[in-house]
Each structure stands twice: as structure tokens, then as C-alpha cells.
Design a protein around this ligand. Structure first.
Ligand code: 5GP
Length: 192
């Protein structure tokens, strides 16, 4: 682990996973329409920074509505899980609430709790299905927090000892590989 200490600044942790890219904020780019702003949840307290409201046209909303394809591994009445199209390791899975939530900050606690429960089930099944030595769980909130797709999701990434994760969004996996992995993970989930 490396630390960068700048004069007058707090100590900042630098890892290969540092992903905050404020310059890539879509709503600060020229040509983008101004976003609709709204406060998450019921928080109307003065001084709270406004957050953009949920965009029903985000890519995961389209997957949830069946408008775009995915390699599904699990579904119940409140949650949905599918393979990441650019996996950081084989079996990289995303777990989402079905109800609209931009991220951790505006998600109703019950939906969040259910996502955590499903994420644990997926993690346990992924340990078996991918013969993993461990699991990395990630979850990003807002662009400054590293979030790219604005429907709440938890990353479940099976890990092997000594094998680095690929950088985020570095390589699209072949559909036939994802199809086989989704089948394997779904079977491990069904087996409990
Ligand atoms: P975030 O940084 O928002 O937590 O991560 C978004 C994730 O969604 C990334 O890991 C990226 O590879 C994945 N992703 C982006 N577009 C698609 C897509 O169309 N289908 C699937 N399955 N994953 C996607």
C-alpha cells in the first residue's frame, strides 16, 4: 500500500482501485442537458448537498425491464443479479435491488438489507462455482465515489490467492464465456 502526503492535505490512500474521476462527471460536460436535481430519501436538512434524481433510462434499469440483455444468475421479487460484462475476475457479479435507487444514499433500508442478503448468497455460491479463495465486495456511490452506472449495485468478485483484479471496465468478456459462467453460478445458487 502506498501513501501520498501533500503539504497541508490529509493522508490519502492510493491503491489500484482508486477510481474517483470527478472530471468525468457527465453532467459537467459541455453539451449535456442540465440534470434534474432532487434530494435523496427524506433528507431536507439545510446544508445537504443535492444529488441528481434517479434516471429511469440508466443501463441497469433497461436490463431490469428486459430492454437490454444480460447473463442473469439470480432473481426474486426484490433483487436481481447478473454477470458484469467487463469482469475484473471470472464470475464478477452485480447484485441490484429491483426498485429504483440511485445508490446507497437514496435506497430504502429494507431494499438495501435484501440486496446484502442476496449478495451474501451470491458470494457463497461464487466461492464454490469459481473455486475461489476469497471474495471482494465493492459498492460505489456517486461519481466522486467511483460510481459509473446510477442504479444501486453491489459487485461480488471471486478472487484467487495472488491473482490481481483487472482494472475496472478494461476488457469485455466473450458472451459464450459469460453464458457458461452464469449457468455455473446459477446452479451453485440453486444448490444452496
Ligand atoms: P460502477 O462503477 O457503477 O460500480 O460499475 C458499473 C459496472 O457495470 C462496471 O463494472 C461495468 O463493467 C458494468 N457494466 C457497464 N455496462 C454494462 C452492461 O451493459 N452490462 C453489464 N452486465 N455490465 C455492465
Amino acid at each position: 500500500m502506498k501513501f501520498v502526503v501533500m503539504p497541508g492535505q490529509a493522508r490519502e490512500r492510493v491503491t489500484p482501485d482508486s477510481r474517483a474521476e470527478p472530471d468525468k462527471l457527465p453532467f459537467s460536460a459541455p453539451g449535456f442537458p442540465a440534470p434534474a436535481f432532487g434530494r435523496p430519501g427524506n433528507d431536507d436538512s439545510p446544508g445537504t448537498r443535492p444529488m441528481p434524481s434517479y434516471d429511469p433510462n440508466n443501463i441497469f434499469a433497461k436490463i431490469l425491464r428486459g430492454e437490454l440483455p444480460c447473463h442473469k444468475v439470480y432473481e426474486d421479487d426484490k433483487a436481481f443479479a447478473f454477470l458484469d460484462i467487463m469482469p475484473r475476475a471470472p464470475g464478477h457479479t452485480l447484485v441490484l435491488p429491483k426498485a429504483p435507487a440511485r445508490n446507497l444514499l437514496d435506497c430504502p433500508p429494507d431494499d438495501l438489507a435484501h440486496v446484502a442478503k442476496v449478495a451474501q448468497q451470491v458470494a457463497k455460491a461464487a466461492m464454490k462455482a469459481f473455486d475461489a479463495d476469497g471474495i471482494t465486495m465493492q459498492q460505489f456511490n456517486e461519481s466522486a465515489g467511483g460510481q459509473v452506472v446510477f442504479h444501486l449495485h453491489v459487485h461480488i468478485i471471486p478472487r484467487k490467492t495472488g491473482v490481481m483484479m483487472k482494472p475496472p471496465a478494461s476488457e469485455k468478456e466473450k458472451p459464450e464465456v459469460l453464458a457458461e459462467q452464469a449457468k455455473r453460478l446459477a446452479a451453485a445458487l440453486a444448490a444452496g
